[in-house]
Design a protein around this ligand. Structure first.
Ligand code: FAD
Length: 411
């Protein structure tokens, strides 16, 4: 395998895509190191109580399952058509993958990559020139408060987007007061019916968003209200529709459709514990003190009618954005709309509004950036586009290795 000999491969992120890339990288003869700032599957663990929409068979690869079975013959997988939670997925697949003999010494958890550059080259040196590949990458890594440098010939950025929330305010910038209140606002998927039950029970919670994360939060809060009756939900969405969650006709992902129907029903009925307001933008958020709640003003409807609520909790399910600061010193051409790599973003834009199931991979060329041997894979490659599916990421991994080795790679 001469082309891959002594090729040091650094992977950023031990999520589902980073781990899959690590396994394939080792199998292809790369010297792999995988840097993970938290635990194995950190982001999946953070939303671990949520059930995946896609079934287990779609969220794993034949190669990954075979490698686990070869080493742990007694390990049992859920059935291919089962929709399990994020936590179960980590236990059934990601953890066993990370503990394989070939991977366990490559994985460095609690190692955060802060920046990636090229030795003795600045961003503006050798513009778009393949000769940049002659200079190794330098990664600044932080572990337990200490910083060090690591070198690599190839870098795969699989660091996802879940770690970087977007802002609540009109135009995507922070609402007045949001920066000061940021630490008290919940931007992720809270375990409302589990470990965060007491935090939300009997409280008034403002939920902002019109995607499936907001739907999950609202449905769970409504369920909580059936046992803790004081629980109240104010749900605000930017959309003009009174049915905020967009359904896919004949949705093959049944769990997803059930959630959409349930959330839309809660938005339209008037006798429950949920009040819904469409066409809402947040103007200001004022924290009323430690655990004393917030005063929130929103502008409602076409006429931007201001309305103020006092709420105990805020869940801002307004999406995520990729962190480009990691590769700021590299030659990465980003889309000015999605912040994903430009070629892929352009290919995805050819199918605006398409459901994630209609998105296959866009081919190896779409993954190239002007920086040689640097690839953004997985959910981060979609940037702010929320339609990423794991099965697309697995294809991307194979395609990236196809480019690196010069021959097609099977999973
Ligand atoms: C609630 C929810 C449900 C979803 N359900 C599905 C589903 O049913 N089916 C489906 O196909 N997709 C689903 N997705 C979309 C997508 O598949 C997941 O987000 C998936 O986790 C993406 O995998 P990833 O490996 O690209 O990134 P992530 O899982 O986000 O992993 C990135 C990893 O990188 C680490 N990291 C980040 N920055 C650094 C750094 N600087 N240094 C080192 N490590 C770093 C993180 O800690 C994390 O472990 C869902 C997403 C969400 C949020």
């Amino acid at each position: 395998m001469p082309r891959t000999e002594a090729r040091r491969l650094a992977i950023i992120g031990a999520g589902p895509i980073g781990l899959e890339a690590a396994l394939l990288g080792v199998q292809l003869g790369f010297e792999v190191r995988i840097f993970e700032r938290g635990r194995i599957g950190e982001h999946v663990q953070r939303w671990g109580h949520v059930r995946l929409f896609s079934p287990f068979g779609m969220n794993t690869t034949a190669g990954g399952r075979a490698a686990i079975k070869a080493e742990l013959p007694g390990h049992t997988f859920p059935s291919d058509d089962e929709c399990i939670t994020g936590r179960q997925h980590v236990a059934a697949y990601l953890e066993p993958l990370s503990r394989l003999k070939v991977l366990k010494d490559c994985v460095r958890t609690e190692n955060q990559v802060l920046y990636v550059g090229r030795q003795r080259l600045l961003k503006d040196d050798l513009a778009g020139d393949p000769k940049r590949a002659n200079a190794p990458f330098r990664l600044l890594v932080r572990e337990k408060g200490k910083e060090r440098f690591e070198e690599a010939d190839v870098v795969l950025d699989c660091s996802g987007t879940y770690g970087q929330h977007r802002w609540l305010g009109d135009g995507g910038i922070p609402a007045a007061g949001e920066l000061a209140a940021e630490n008290a606002i919940c931007y992720g998927l809270e375990d409302i019916l589990g470990e965060r039950r007491n935090y939300f029970a009997g409280k008034t919670t403002l939920v902002i968003g019109s995607g499936f994360s907001a739907a999950t939060s609202v449905v769970n809060l409504a369920e909580l209200a059936s046992s803790a009756q004081e629980t109240w939900v104010v749900w605000l969405a930017r959309t003009a529709s009174t049915q905020p969650i967009k359904r896919t006709p004949n949705d093959p992902l049944r769990e997803r459709d059930r959630l959409a129907v349930r959330a839309n029903t809660l938005a339209t009925r008037t006798d429950g514990n949920v009040e819904f307001h469409a066409q809402a933008v947040i103007g200001s958020v004022e924290s009323l003190g430690q655990d004393k709640g917030f005063k929130v003003t929103a502008l409602l409807g076409k006429s931007s009618q201001p309305r103020t609520w006092e709420v105990d909790r805020i869940i801002a399910n307004v999406g995520y954005s990729p962190d480009g600061s990691l590769y700021r010193e590299l030659q990465v051409h980003e889309s000015y709309t999605t912040l994903g790599p430009m070629r892929l973003a352009t290919a995805l834009a050819e199918q605006p509004g398409a459901d994630c199931l209609q998105h296959g991979s866009r081919g190896a060329d779409a993954l190239r950036t002007p920086e040689p041997n640097f690839f953004i894979l997985g959910s981060k490659s979609y940037g702010r586009n929320p339609h990423f599916l794991l099965r697309v990421g697995f294809e991307q991994v194979r395609e990236a290795f196809g480019l690196l080795t010069g021959k097609p790679v099977k999973g």
